[in-house]
Design a binder for this molecule. Structure first.
Ligand code: NAD
Ligand code: ZN
Ligand code: ZN
Length: 351
């Protein structure tokens, strides 16, 4: 499933099976999640927006089985089920040493600057995927299948990284607001519940997403509208939300986030809908912090998989065979996917 140029629809094409060089690992893909970021890639980004360009195979949310080891690779077994850590940095700069390969500072030494498989390099919407180093693979714990694991590598890992960053503000008596209960948001909500004592308010314009949020234990579910901020303030004794995670990132949702956050709270922008939030002295409650976050790291993925293997986190998935990947993106674009759309090559069904 290839994106061949900016502002184009992806196409299914035959490509050769890659051969792993020294240090590399060939993974037989079990499943690849379809992320809304891919829709931004296909429809919105201009050349120069990102440090890399098409063509490449889509799919940056992947799990499968170790298929072939390149020369010198140790510590992995053929056939072992693995989840792929998607961001591939240089491995040696300060941020990479801290496990933050998303924020690698030597992109010139990385396989791709600021990206990974499915983001500049060939990803997992294929039968096989080449992974440039064994450190990007995390064993999937027993009891968790590859189809359930794949969405966790982005749709759960990204919110997990964001929540973990704000964990100190999510003690008993606090409130987290999750805006956008789609692929990321439905897992973000579960992450807050699993790792903190905060109450959760979920906001989504789709009825099916709101129903899902309620089923997943959101304490209050809101349809976005002119009274959203007032209702969040009411529900928090007038104080506002300690942490707001915006999984949309439009002008509208950023304005809501800024207006409903508590003094000393966090607004974390995860969604890349292209909105702008003006920051000024009186524009936000005192000492509110605003940050973006990008994806997560290997250690956090291990933790996410652990939560999932213990039943504390579960991705709702809709499965599409690789041949139907185009319709998965169409459904995602039309707001018709509940949870995550996951693309599955034929061999997964027969394995
Ligand atoms: P998705 O399409 O599965 O979910 C988006 C949800 O937001 C949907 O349920 C939709 O109904 C809801 N929504 C849209 N507009 C809304 C509004 N104004 N108010 C309330 N809800 C609204 O998308 P996804 O795959 O979960 O991705 C969400 C966003 O996060 C995308 O912009 C994606 O590109 C971005 N993303 C960022 C990172 C990162 O590392 N920062 C990683 C992955 C995805
Ligand atoms: Zn993504
Ligand atoms: Zn680096």
């Amino acid at each position: 499933m290839r994106l061949n140029e900016w502002k184009s629809e992806p196409v299914l094409e035959e490509v050769p099976v890659p051969e792993p060089g020294p240090g590399e690992v060939l993974v037989q893909v079990g499943a690849a999640g379809a992320c809304h970021s891919d829709l931004h890639l296909m429809h919105e980004f201009e050349p120069g927006t990102l440090p890399w360009n098409p063509p490449f195979t889509l799919g940056h949310e992947n799990a499968g089985w170790v298929h072939t080891l390149g020369e010198g690779v140790t510590g992995l077994e053929i056939g072992q089920a693995v989840a792929v850590v998607g961001a591939w940095g240089c491995g040696t700069c300060d941020h990479c040493l801290d496990g933050l390969e998303t924020y690698c500072e030597r992109p010139d030494l990385a396989p791709v600057a600021g990206g990974g498989g499915g983001l500049g390099l060939d990803g997992g919407m294929a039968d096989y995927m080449l992974v440039p180093a064994a450190r990007h693979l995390v064993p999937i714990p027993d009891g968790l299948g590859v189809v359930d694991a794949a969405p966790l590598t982005d749709a759960a890992l990204t919110p997990y990284h964001a929540v973990r960053r704000s964990l100190g503000k999510l003690g008993p008596g606090t409130t987290a607001v999750v805006i956008g209960v789609g692929g990321l948001g439905h897992l973000g909500l579960q992450v807050v519940k699993a790792v903190s004592a905060a109450r959760v308010i979920a906001v989504d314009g789709r009825e099916s997403a709101r129903d899902q949020a309620a089923e997943l234990g959101a304490d209050l579910v809101l349809d976005p509208g002119p009274d959203t901020v007032e209702r969040i303030r009411e529900a928090t004794g007038g104080r506002g939300a300690d942490v707001v995670i915006d999984f949309v990132g439009s002008d509208e949702t950023l304005a809501t986030s800024a207006a409903c956050v508590r003094q000393l709270g966090d607004v974390t922008i995860v969604g890349i809908a292209g909105g702008t939030l003006p920051v000024s002295f009186f524009g936000l409650p005192y000492e509110a912090s605003v940050q973006t976050t990008y994806w997560g790291n290997r250690r956090e993925l291990v933790e996410v998989l652990d939560l999932a293997s213990r039943g504390l986190l579960h991705a709702t998935t809709t499965i599409y065979p690789l041949e139907d990947a185009v319709s998965a993106y169409q459904d995602l674009a039309h707001g018709e996917v509940t949870g995550r759309a996951v693309i599955v090559p034929n061999d997964t069904f027969t394995r």
